[in-house]
Design a protein around this ligand. Structure first.
Ligand code: NAD
Length: 379
């Protein structure tokens, strides 16, 4: 069986679905690995390094003609990437965001009746799926990178300093959303010597944030922000009002805000209004990790760095994870390896919809869209 890895075409995407290091693992599962020429270039992996690892370098059409096609990003509609799907391909694996792409998926299903499409963003967040959970592996890297970007623009030292010329306080950071990305950002900020505050609507996030050394800033209202499955849900208008006031007061005293707040299947909630940003100190920095999902800050310009009239720098990069492409590709490729192992490798390859992980990931099968909002834990 052949595994094809096309070069990503999505704007600013530098990751690649299979790295030279993981080629041997896929080969051990019995697959022949075909990589599109220059697919690894953005992540510093040369064609030669893939050949040395036992892969074959092929054209774009040949990479797409494999039995299984492995990608990172969702199909790039801007570049009509869906037209590359070969009628003989059995399985396509990538991000898919089915909640926002239902009509597109319908077209894919109708034009590719043999295709099974597995969405990496629909891996259920359960213990036994952790090895293939790329939402977590990528969020970990994204949270780290968000801190690096913040200090690239923030003009002060992260840690406190005591010098003969006087004392300098540590940078104060507020992390909104203490999920995987937020916890990674908290950990890195703490290691740099910052004072860190964290905020989240899920009560379980409090102990997570505190265990990483952050002070949890809590809305004084009894309302659980978690669904039964442990995911964030939209909060009541009353809660949102109380959270707004708390955020406004906290934003005035912190130097950096990193926002990561997401609600599965929805646009990101706006948590930093223009009024809140206007209340922040000049030189403060906001890194909006939710920029691609619409942003947690009303003033974020996705993909850009923008300075407001009161001197607040808002970073809306949508490629934070891609800015660490060698390592994020490595982790993503490992997630894919565990998926293909779960699917039986080359000799016993089968998409078993009785398996709760595979059934959750399957968005298109045999000419039908198989994702529905009622599926457990959709993204
Ligand atoms: P996410 O990326 O979906 O969201 C980021 C964070 O934003 C979450 O902590 C969420 O509660 C928070 N948030 C949403 N709305 C908010 C608001 N208005 N204000 C403040 N914060 C808000 O989160 P994630 O990191 O992907 O984690 C989602 C869930 O999945 C969590 O319960 C997490 O524990 C769980 N999880 C499970 C596994 C596993 O068992 N395999 C792995 C990773 C995560």
């Amino acid at each position: 069986m052949t595994l094809g890895v096309p070069k990503e075409t999505f704007l600013l995407e530098r990751r690649v679905a299979v790295t030279p290091k993981t080629v041997s693992k896929f080969r051990q599962l019995g697959f022949a690995v075909k990589i599109q020429s220059e697919a690894g270039q953005g992540a510093t992996f040369s064609d030669e390094s893939y050949i040395n690892a036992g892969a074959e370098i092929v054209s774009q059409a040949d990479a797409w003609a494999c039995d299984i096609v492995l990608k990172v990003r969702q199909l790039d509609q801007e570049n009509d990437e869906q037209n590359n799907i070969n009628p003989n391909t059995q399985c396509l694996v990538s991000y898919a965001y089915p909640a926002t792409n239902k009509i597109f998926l319908q077209t894919i299903a109708e034009t590719n009746p043999r295709l099974t499409y597995l969405a990496m963003d629909c891996v259920p967040r359960i213990s036994k799926a952790q090895k293939l959970d790329s939402l977590s592996s990528m969020a970990n890297i994204g949270g780290y990178r968000a801190v690096m970007e913040a200090f690239q623009y923030f003009q002060k030292c992260p840690k406190p300093m005591v010098t003969a010329a006087g004392k300098l306080p540590p940078a104060q950071v507020l992390v909104i959303g203490a999920g995987v990305a937020g916890l990674s950002a908290i950990g890195y900020c703490k290691s740099l010597g910052c004072l860190v505050k964290a905020m989240d609507t899920r009560s379980a996030a409090k102990s997570d944030a505190e265990s990483m050394g952050a002070k949890f800033v809590q809305v004084e209202m009894k309302e659980e922000g978690s669904t039964a499955a442990g995911y964030a849900r939209e909060m009541s208008a009353e809660y949102q009002k109380a959270q707004y006031e708390l955020t406004k007061n906290t934003a005035k005293i912190v130097d950096i805000i990193i926002t990561t707040a997401l609600i599965p299947g929805r646009k990101a909630p706006i948590l930093l209004s223009e009024e809140i940003v206007q209340g922040m100190q000049p030189g403060s920095v906001i890194v909006d990790m939710a920029a691609e999902m619409g942003g947690n800050c009303a003033l974020t310009k996705p993909g850009e760095v923008y300075t407001t009239n009161n001197g607040v720098i808002i970073i809306g990069f949508i490629d934070l994870v891609s800015r660490m492409a060698p390592q994020s590709s490595e982790l993503y490729a490992n997630n894919l390896y565990h998926l293909l192992d779960n699917l039986g490798g080359a000799s016993k390859f089968a998409v078993n919809l009785e398996d709760e992980i595979i059934s959750s990931m399957c968005v298109v099968n045999n000419g039908q869209v198989t994702w529905s909002p009622s599926k457990p834990l959709p993204p």
